[in-house]
Design a protein around this ligand. Structure first.
Ligand code: FE2
Ligand code: FE2
Length: 375
């Protein structure tokens, strides 16, 4: 690539960011990375679509003050130009990397890139379809950030000879429809858990730099601050309508909390070499991230999951083992494999229900919603 070509990190709008990415796609395609990103299993990041008119109809006037402060912060764009390689980017010895670690790390990068891009596509579509200035402005800002994040991960992948073809994904990946309230719950949580995940790794590596086996982790602090702001935006959107966080919707909130936490637990435990290289025990990491996310989500959700209940970890582990057996059975053929698949699915379902049924903790919602990144 031309060294003087513009970089996704400097793009001020999502359209510009994607045009730069597209120009790079044209020069570089890799089947494997895109194929991995195309997978649509329960655990891999999905692409979403929703009822954009309903979203566009949101009136932010009840929360105008908090809203304007957030938008001003995002418009000021403190991270412009940040998400690209500079002199802090150390040389990465891909050849010399332990093959297990390399495999898991690449998987981590591809799934992170897909998740970033999935947010980008959803936000950009909202911005494109909306007429409500408050809403389109917010979604433009968030899409801008996600395009930069995805572009930066692609920079890291390119060094390993890989790249996720973003244009191809937009056209070919299957979109899952979620009604707006489910988008709020799921996206709010994925932004906040994203913040908690990145900041936990960043702080850990700050204290133990010998485990920093790749330079991308140095960028995690500013990165997670972007995700933090995105989460703030969804908290405010939910606050415009108190029905979204009360009554029967609390059951949905509990469902999404359980699903998001359980997915993270299962996915992370599938990468033992990656966590070992980081010097992180996946059980500790999961618990740490759940605690931070729960603390943050008290800003808008009236309940948090009781992750200290002994049934929590027990059933997370049961869910993980069922998923391992399920993947194993899916890779085989024949009647035995089909039976094993059915049995593993049942066990996974049972573990998930057991997690869901652990009584939640209740909270009063604070009068003001806005938080600052504090970890
Ligand atoms: Fe992001
Ligand atoms: Fe985000």
């Amino acid at each position: 690539m031309n060294m003087h070509a513009k970089h996704t990190a400097d793009a001020t709008t999502v359209e510009e960011g994607l045009a730069i990415a597209e120009a790079q796609d044209a020069q570089f395609t890799d089947e494997m990375a895109t194929e991995t990103a195309m997978q649509n299993t329960l655990l891999t990041p999905r692409f979403y679509t929703t009822n954009f008119d309903e979203l566009d109809a949101i009136d932010v006037s009840p929360i105008r003050k908090e809203w304007d402060e957030l938008i001003a912060q995002m418009t000021a764009d403190p991270n412009k130009g940040h998400f690209k390689k500079n002199e802090d980017w150390d040389h990465v010895d891909w050849e010399g990397m332990d093959p297990e670690l390399k495999k898991e790390f690449i998987d981590f990068l591809i799934s992170s890139c897909t998740a970033e891009f999935s947010g980008c596509v959803l936000y950009k579509e909202m911005k494109r379809r909306g007429k409500n200035h408050d809403i389109t402005q917010l979604f433009q800002l968030m899409a801008r950030d996600e395009a930069r994040h995805a572009g930066f991960i692609n920079d890291a992948l390119r060094e390993a000879g890989l790249r996720v073809n973003l244009g191809f994904l937009t056209q070919k990946k299957k979109y899952t429809y979620f009604r707006p309230k489910f988008i709020y719950y799921a996206t709010y949580l994925s932004e906040k858990i994203g913040y908690a995940r990145y900041i936990t790794i960043f702080r850990h590596l700050e204290a133990n730099p010998e485990y920093r086996f790749h330079p991308i982790f140095k960028w995690f602090c500013e990165w997670c601050n972007d995700e933090f702001s995105h989460g703030e935006a969804f908290a405010l959107l939910m606050k415009t309508d108190p029905k979204l966080t009360s009554g029967r919707n609390v059951l949905w909130i509990k469902f999404f909390l359980t699903a998001v936490y359980a997915t993270m637990f299962v996915r992370d435990h599938q990468r033992p070499a990656f966590h070992k290289a980081l010097g992180v025990d996946p059980d500790w990491y999961a618990q740490e991230v759940f605690e931070k996310t729960s603390e943050l989500s008290k800003q808008i959700f009236p309940i948090t999951l009781d992750i200290d209940d002994p049934r929590w970890l027990k059933n997370c582990r049961a869910l993980y083992r069922a998923n391992v057996d399920l993947a194993d059975a899916k890779a085989r053929r024949g009647l035995g494999a089909r039976l094993a698949q059915g049995w593993a699915s049942l066990r996974a379902g049972r573990a998930f229900v057991a997690l869901y049924l652990i009584p939640a903790k209740k909270h009063e919602l604070p009068a003001t919603t806005r938080l600052e990144p504090c970890y």
